[in-house]
Design a protein around this ligand. Structure first.
Ligand code: MN
Length: 549
């Protein structure tokens, strides 16, 4: 039965268990992404189970058949026409973006319901000076005599700014260097007159951070140049997605928590019992990720636009600047000023995410109150306080934004909610859309293979776009990676293996959580029936308990 350390009669046994764990989970003196913590050796029992491996093989079986077919067909052929990218799915069903990728509203929709709904921010009163879109440009797209200033004041202007890619060294491939931009994109929320209806549309794209003669502002009136500008915006978003939103802010941000939990929460600590299923195979997938994505010759180097050293630096920086309190879902939405549904009524990631967040928060408080009946119980839980200190420590987890001490149930609930949300739903929201949006390469290539236009006079044809898009080899590599990462769902949020919990009161709380998740599912289905396209990535039935792929 669960027991807080201060009430446990078997102190010696408890301590002996923790001592063994601290040996099993020793910090490495030479982590692969210093100063981010990493354990020296993955304990064998943290490795993927046979069941997991079989599930992964089963999920990727069709991919193998698909690629045999693709490679046989394309062996002597090069890519000359855009439509040939749709021929990469002889066995697999098409990713959803095959049909939609050229549409402007689908481009904008990816900012609120795509693979990376983490970048879009509301313009508060005016556009930044570095992005001099004029009223005349704005009116040429939206019509009428609306000004940017008045529309910004009404909360209808949105931006995605990929400044973090500015000035980074490009990656290389067998025929030269790769290309990318550090774009800024302006979007406009066009209300249809009904309270919750409208569309987000792209208005303008500037492909680099310095305005001027060599940095024109492209608009939907620019034909093929506009498609190329959108493609470079997608390349930037795809790179931001993999390095920051996916690897940095879920996989590696959560990494210190399973380590500190193993080292500090006793075998029957109620919080340890609760969290362990949410960390299943996380250390194993992160070890694999470090090897396959961030190593020389790995996927990062083969696919991403920037040089491998820059990839490591950017990933490390994104984890170091991840701040626990600023990145709770409600705070993070406020940070980007996209938390008000009256201003931006359509934001599926936000709306579904908050429903799931709330269900987890209720579950956490119900579960934790079974074991902590007063603030003193929390303050006196020395294992919990040591866990917190190690997570904060410079020679431990290095997690920013955690409180100095956990003083009450509300604070503890907040922390637990965010850990479970990041491990399950947040990772699901950025991981599983990879196939739909990045499996069809022209929608979101991870690098350009020819430069972007620097003046509006250049005439661009399909053949020029084909030079920018990835060649056959990079296309198949990206396709395979995106499919393998999206195809595995090992388990389901709120459903635990038998014998994980042996306290009958906890089992009741879990049952209640499952009911609440089912209610959320019904609410999301009902929202989806009103949305132009359904958003499925935060449906509780499709969210795993832990980050393991
Ligand atoms: Mn993942």
């Amino acid at each position: 039965m669960p027991s807080l350390p201060q009430n446990d009669p078997n102190q010696e046994q408890r301590q002996a268990w923790l001592n063994r764990k601290r040996q099993d989970y020793a910090y490495s003196p030479t982590p692969s992404l210093p100063p981010l913590p990493q354990i020296e050796d993955l304990p064998r029992y943290e490795g993927f189970s046979l069941k997991y491996q079989l599930r992964r093989d089963e999920a990727t079986f069709k991919l193998v058949l698909n690629m045999i077919d693709v490679i046989a067909r394309n062996a002597f052929d090069s890519l000359d026409k855009l439509e040939e990218y749709a021929d990469y799915f002889p066995v697999l069903s098409d990713p959803s973006s095959v049909k939609t990728f050229r549409y402007d509203i689908e481009f904008a929709r990816q900012r609120i319901a795509g693979a990376n709904p983490m970048v879009i921010e509301r313009v508060e009163d005016k556009l930044p000076d570095k992005f001099p879109v004029t009223d005349a440009i704005f009116q040429s797209i939206v019509g009428g005599d609306k000004t940017l200033e008045s529309e910004a004041k009404q909360g209808r202007l949105y931006l995605t700014d990929y400044a973090l890619l500015d000035g980074l060294a490009p990656g290389k491939y067998e025929n030269g260097i790769k290309f990318f931009a550090a774009p800024i994109v302006l979007y406009y929320w066009q209300s249809s007159g009904f309270r919750d209806r409208g569309t987000l549309t792209p208005i303008a794209i500037q492909l680099n951070q310095n305005p001027g003669a060599n940095s024109p502002i492209f608009t939907p009136l620019d034909g093929m140049q506009w498609l190329v500008a959108k493609t470079f915006a997608q390349i930037a978003d795809g790179n931001h997605h993999e390095m920051v939103s996916h690897l940095g802010h879920t996989h590696l941000a959560i990494d210190p928590f399973p380590i500190a939990t193993a080292r500090h929460l006793g075998e029957n600590h109620p919080l340890g019992i609760l969290l362990r299923p949410h960390f299943e195979f996380t250390l194993a997938i992160n070890e694999l990720g470090r090897q396959q994505l961030l190593s020389l010759g790995g996927y990062g180097e083969r696919l991403l636009a920037i040089a491998l050293e820059e990839v490591s630096t950017l990933v490390t920086k994104s984890v170091e600047t991840w701040n626990f309190s600023e990145f709770s879902l409600p705070q993070e939405l406020k940070r980007r000023k996209v938390d008000d549904p009256t201003l931006l009524p359509d934001y599926p990631y936000r709306d579904d995410g908050l429903l799931v967040w709330d269900a987890i928060r209720k579950f956490a408080v119900n579960y934790l109150s079974l074991y902590y009946s007063s603030a003193a119980d929390i303050v006196n839980d020395f294992e919990l306080q040591n866990w917190l200190q190690e997570l904060r420590a410079a020679d431990g987890g290095r997690v920013n934004g955690l409180p100095e001490q956990i003083e009450n149930l509300e604070q503890l609930t907040q922390i637990v909610t965010q850990i479970i949300f990041t491990a399950g739903p947040q990772h699901a929201a950025v991981n599983y859309p990879q196939w739909d949006f990045m499996g069809f390469i022209p929608n979101m290539p991870l690098a350009g293979y020819a430069p972007y236009p620097t003046n509006k006079e250049a005439i661009i044809r399909e053949a020029d776009l084909m030079k920018i898009l990835p060649p056959h080899k990079q296309t198949t590599t990206q396709e395979q990676l995106m499919y393998s990462l999206s195809a595995v769902r090992h388990n389901r949020l709120g459903y635990y293996q038998k014998n994980t919990f042996d306290d009958p009161r906890a089992l009741q709380v879990i049952e209640k959580f499952q009911h609440q998740l089912n209610d959320v599912e019904v609410q999301i289905d009902s929202c989806n029936s009103r949305r132009r396209e359904p958003y499925k990535f935060l449906k509780p039935s499709l969210i795993p308990n832990s980050l393991n792929i």
